[in-house]
Ligand binder design. Structure first.
Ligand SMILES: [Zn+2]
Length: 78
């Protein structure tokens, strides 16, 4: 039973200030080696630059061409 944990996160471009709400999902299963992270709904103005199973290494590209990880390592996950 691998339930998918779905949530939304506000993306903010550190360069131009563009913002949008992304709908994402992860496997909610403690024994999984990785959460199989995926963005189900990318907000307008943001694009997938590098797909990853982890939100910390999933790279989002803004329409201004700035690239940044979906979730920074210093960001609280709660
Ligand atoms: Zn931007």
């Amino acid at each position: 039973m691998a339930a998918r944990d779905r949530y939304s996160k506000k993306l903010t471009c550190p360069q131009c200030g563009n913002t949008g709400i992304a709908d994402v999902s992860e496997d909610d299963h403690p024994s999984c080696k990785h959460p199989a992270f995926s963005i189900d709904d990318m907000p307008a103005g943001f694009f997938e630059e590098k797909n990853s199973n982890f939100p910390e290494t999933y790279i989002v590209r803004c329409e201004c061409s700035r690239k940044f990880p979906f979730r920074s390592l210093t960001e609280k996950t709660a």
